[in-house]
Design a protein around this ligand. Structure first.
Ligand code: ATP
Length: 379
């Protein structure tokens, strides 16, 4: 039995359908991230799970307990759902010390004093906050305040943890540190977690699975590698990755296997896609290749596309390079270790090899196949 079952969840605000027939099962101990652009319905989904919004339709189950059902008329209040919530704003009690902020939930439960002290001390240690017990929130940095908010949530040992962009108020370095801490924490306590973010790096680094949403509709749910390397549709392909993936319109010229395509902005030669599957001849498709999956070669090889370098953007360890195919207006973005891109000069002629990627149906936007992957490119 999953720890969380979201069944056909719909939430409308007037004309806006914020969440549209969402179905998602989350197993015990999973860390599932709801990811998507602003307004896609992530927060509304989380608020429905927490009981802060009443959905219009569907059912929500925590284990064998139904916490919401429109059909059965069930709505369990937030306080009775056994969840821990952490938001972007730390919302600590300003007049209470760190110790009393963290102890708050345990004192409300009426636990013995010695037990409260033991558990608060333990959790403050886990979050690296020992020695801060007597400080007030105003005497802490943003990162420390968010750690206190985490400690306060975890100390009551909820079965389900819900996070809404908990790190977005912090600077980049601190975000990175706290990401690692969150991951460590999750491996220690193993609570089933739902995490909302619009930051794909956060989703890719933290999650056991990612649920990508757009306009209230679930687009794909899968492991970070599945969502990143095998996007199910063009929306996910474009949304994941920085810089965005190359999306090249093409026509299938040979069914295969391996199938061959002619890139429309470069109609000079058909390119074989290394996949065991076939594609219908004549089909209009979109070939999607991530910047790091475009190889730059200094000398021509078979099926390599001649191109001219327009700009390189080094970032220290990596470099993003922009190229245009020779004589045609196809722009291709590549990314790789800086030492490989450093010798390249604007105006220089190079050859590009599309190592691996995905092919989408131009009409439906659905993925037809993946190519160039070790598994033969069939999924
Ligand atoms: P963000 O990343 O910007 O927080 P989100 O993906 O979390 O976005 P939601 O906050 O869930 O998106 O909003 C989904 C849609 O529902 C949006 O169009 C939003 O304007 C609308 N919406 C959310 N809450 C309300 C509300 N209380 N009243 C009216 N419309 C709302």
């Amino acid at each position: 039995m999953p720890d969380i079952r979201i069944d056909n969840l719909t939430k409308r605000f007037g004309e806006v359908t914020a969440v549209n027939r969402l179905a998602l099962d989350i197993a015990h101990g999973e860390f599932v991230t709801l990811l998507g652009p602003s307004g896609c319905g992530k927060t509304t989904t989380l608020r429905c799970l927490a009981g802060l919004e009443e959905p219009n339709e569907g059912e929500l189950w925590f284990g064998d307990r139904c916490v919401f059902s429109d059909r059965k008329g069930v709505f369990i209040s937030p306080g009775a759902r056994g969840i821990g919530l952490v938001f972007q704003n730390y919302a600590l009690w300003p007049h209470m010390t760190v110790f009393y902020n963290v102890a708050f939930g345990l004192r409300k439960k009426g636990l013995p004093k010695a037990e409260i002290r033991r558990r608060v001390t333990e959790i403050l240690e886990l979050l690296g906050l020992q020695g801060y017990e007597d400080r007030y929130p105003s005497e802490l940095s943003g990162g420390q305040q968010q750690r206190v908010a985490l400690a306060r949530m975890i100390v009551t040992e909820p079965q389900i943890l819900l996070f809404d962009e908990p790190l977005s108020n912090l600077d980049a370095k601190l975000r990175m540190t706290l990401r690692a801490e969150l991951k460590h924490l999750h491996s220690q306590i193993g609570a089933t977690t739902v995490y909302v973010t619009h930051d794909q790096v956060e989703a890719l680094t933290l999650s056991t699975r990612i649920a990508v949403m757009n306009q209230g509709v679930l687009q794909q749910v899968g492991t970070p590698a599945e969502v990143y390397h095998h996007p199910e549709n063009l929306f996910v392909a474009e949304f994941m990755g920085n810089p965005s993936a190359n999306l090249i319109p093409a026509t299938v010229t040979e069914e295969g296997p391996p199938p061959k395509v002619m890139l429309k902005p470069y109609p000079k030669m058909p390119i074989a896609l290394q996949a065991r599957a076939t594609l219908p001849q004549g089909k209009e498709v979109i070939v999607n290749v991530r910047p790091e999956d475009v190889e730059i070669k200094a000398i021509p090889t078979s099926e390599a596309i001649p191109a001219v370098l327009t700009a390189t953007l080094p970032t220290g360890s990596e470099c993003v390079s922009y190229l245009k195919t020779k004589g045609e207006a196809l722009e291709i973005v590549t990314k790789g270790p800086e030492e490989m891109h450093r010798p390249l000069r604007p105006g220089q002629e190079v050859w590009l090899v599309l190592k691996r990627g995905n092919v989408f149906d131009e009409e439906t936007g659905k993925r037809l196949l993946s190519f160039g992957f070790a598994d033969g490119g069939t999924n």
